[in-house]
Design a protein around this ligand. Structure first.
Ligand SMILES: [Zn+2]
Length: 412
C-alpha cells in the first residue's frame, strides 16, 4: 500500500489521524496510528506545497489542500487561512470523531468497574463491542481501496484502552489467562466485568470406603472456597470411581474450577489447608492450569491404565487352577460391554491388560486387574447380566460378586 494512495482516499473520505494511520499500520514501526496518520498528512501537504512552488496553484492542488484541511489537518487549515480561505474540519468518515477523544473517560469507567468487583487481581483482559456501522464504514474503505495492511479499529481501541487501564490500575494486560475481564460497549458506553475462574489440577485419593452414605465422598471444598474467598468450586474428575471404591496410590486426576475467587493465593499455601483427615478426599499435586486442561483431561480418560483390587465372593469354591486360567486368558484381552438406557444402546470396548489373583478362602478371592480406564469394572467381574463379553464370571462358569473395590493406581 503506497502512501500516494492516502491522497486518493482523503479526496473521497475525510479521515482523522487515527483512522488514516490505521490503514497504513505496516508502515513506520514504533509510531502510533495517530502519529502515523498525522505524518502522512504532513508529507502530503509538503508534496503539494512543493508542486505549488514549482508549478503554481492549480485547482486540483487547491482541492487536495482543502481535503487535507477537512480531515482536520491543522497545517493545511493554516495554509488556506493565509490565502484567505476558510475551511472547517468535518467529522471523520469512519469513527465520527466519537471514539478516540473518549478513551481516557472509558478507561476510567473500566478501571472503576474492575475495582468495584472487590476482588484481588493481578492481570486483566479487555474487549470491546464496536457499533456495526463503524465497522462497516471501515470495511467499505479497505475493500474499495484494496488495502491489506490495515489494522482493525477494534484492535486499536482495545490496545489503547488496555494501555490506559493498565496505567490506572498498575496491573498488566493479559490476553491468555487474565484474572478479570472487562468488555466495553462503545455505542452504549456500558461495561461488563467478570472474574475469571482459577483452575487447579490435582490428584485425589478417596481414603474411606463409602458404602452407607450413598457413596458420596466429602471433598474439602469448603476449605478451597475459604482459601480463595470463592463463590463455588466445580469438580471435574478424570473418570468416575466405582460405587464404594477407595482410590489409593497416586490417586485420580481432578481439576477444581474455583468460581469467582476473591483472592488468588499460591497453590502451595492452599495445599497446607487441605491436610485435614476429617474429609473423605485427600488432594495432592496441586498445580495451576489453564481452562483448556479440563477438556484435555476428559479426552484422555479412556487411555488411563487403572489397576484395581477386587475382593469377591463366588457361588462355587475357587481353585488356584481357576486363577491361573483367568490369568492366562485375560492377557491383553479385549472386552466389549453393552449398556442399554431406554432405546439407546452404547457399546464400550476396552482392554484388560493383566489379571492376577489369589484364593483367600474357598469362596473368597482377591483379584488384581490392570485395564484400560473406560472398563466398567463391576460388570466385568460379575458379567453384567449377559452384557459383557468376555467377563470373569463367564470365564469361571459360576457367579462371582465384588464386595470391595479399590483403585491401586491410575497412570494417565
Ligand atoms: Zn476516525
Amino acid at each position: 500500500m503506497s502512501i500516494e494512495r492516502a491522497m486518493e482516499i482523503l479526496r473521497k473520505y475525510p479521515l482523522c489521524d487515527h483512522c488514516l494511520g490505521r490503514l497504513f499500520a505496516r508502515l513506520g514501526t514504533g509510531l502510533s496510528n495517530e502519529e502515523r496518520g498525522r505524518a502522512i498528512k504532513d508529507y502530503l501537504l509538503m508534496r503539494i506545497h512543493e508542486k505549488v512552488l514549482n508549478e503554481g496553484l492549480s485547482d486540483e492542488l487547491l482541492s487536495d489542500i482543502k481535503a487535507l484541511a477537512m480531515s482536520g489537518h491543522e497545517p493545511s487549515i493554516k495554509f488556506l487561512t493565509n490565502m484567505g480561505i476558510n475551511v472547517s474540519p468535518v467529522k471523520c468518515y469512519v469513527c465520527g470523531d466519537a471514539i478516540f477523544n473518549r478513551l481516557d473517560e472509558w478507561a476510567n469507567t473500566i478501571a472503576n468497574n474492575l475495582r468495584m468487583l472487590g476482588v484481588e487481581f493481578r492481570s486483566f483482559r479487555l474487549g470491546s463491542r464496536v457499533p456495526l456501522d463503524i465497522l462497516n464504514r471501515e470495511l467499505s474503505i479497505t475493500t474499495e481501496f484494496n488495502i491489506s495492511s490495515a489494522e482493525s479499529i477494534k484492535r486499536e481501541i482495545n490496545r489503547e484502552l488496555g494501555k490506559r487501564v493498565s496505567a490506572i490500575l498498575g496491573v498488566p494486560f493479559n490476553r491468555e489467562e487474565p484474572d478479570v475481564e472487562a468488555v466495553i460497549d462503545i455505542g452504549a458506553g456500558s461495561v461488563d466485568v467478570q472474574v475469571m475462574p482459577i483452575y487447579i489440577s490435582a490428584r485425589y485419593r478417596k481414603i474411606r470406603r463409602l458404602i452407607n452414605k450413598g457413596g458420596r465422598a466429602r471433598w474439602p471444598i469448603d476449605k478451597v472456597m475459604q482459601a480463595y474467598g470463592a463463590q463455588d468450586v466445580v469438580i471435574h474428575t478424570g473418570g468416575e470411581d466405582p460405587m464404594g471404591a477407595r482410590v489409593l496410590g497416586n490417586g485420580r486426576p481432578v481439576i477444581l474450577q474455583v468460581v469467582r475467587p476473591g483472592r488468588r493465593p499460591d497453590v502451595s499455601d492452599v495445599y497446607s489447608l487441605l491436610n485435614d483427615s476429617s474429609y473423605d478426599i485427600m488432594l495432592n499435586n496441586l498445580t495451576r492450569v489453564k481452562a483448556s486442561a479440563v477438556v484435555r483431561m476428559k479426552a484422555r480418560i479412556r487411555d488411563y491404565v487403572i489397576t484395581y483390587r477386587v475382593l469377591a465372593i463366588t457361588s462355587s469354591p475357587v481353585t488356584d487352577e481357576n486363577i491361573r486360567s483367568l490369568h492366562d486368558y485375560f492377557r491383553n484381552r479385549q472386552v466389549v460391554q453393552v449398556f442399554r438406557r431406554g432405546h439407546r444402546v452404547r457399546r464400550r470396548v476396552s482392554m484388560v491388560y493383566e489379571l492376577d489373583g489369589r484364593v483367600i478362602r474357598d469362596r473368597l478371592v482377591e483379584l488384581l486387574i490392570r485395564c484400560q480406564g473406560n472398563l466398567y469394572i463391576r460388570g466385568f467381574v460379575h458379567g453384567g447380566y449377559g452384557n459383557v463379553e468376555p467377563s470373569i464370571a463367564g470365564t469361571l462358569g459360576f457367579s462371582i460378586r465384588p464386595i470391595e473395590i479399590d483403585i491401586l493406581s491410575i497412570s494417565d
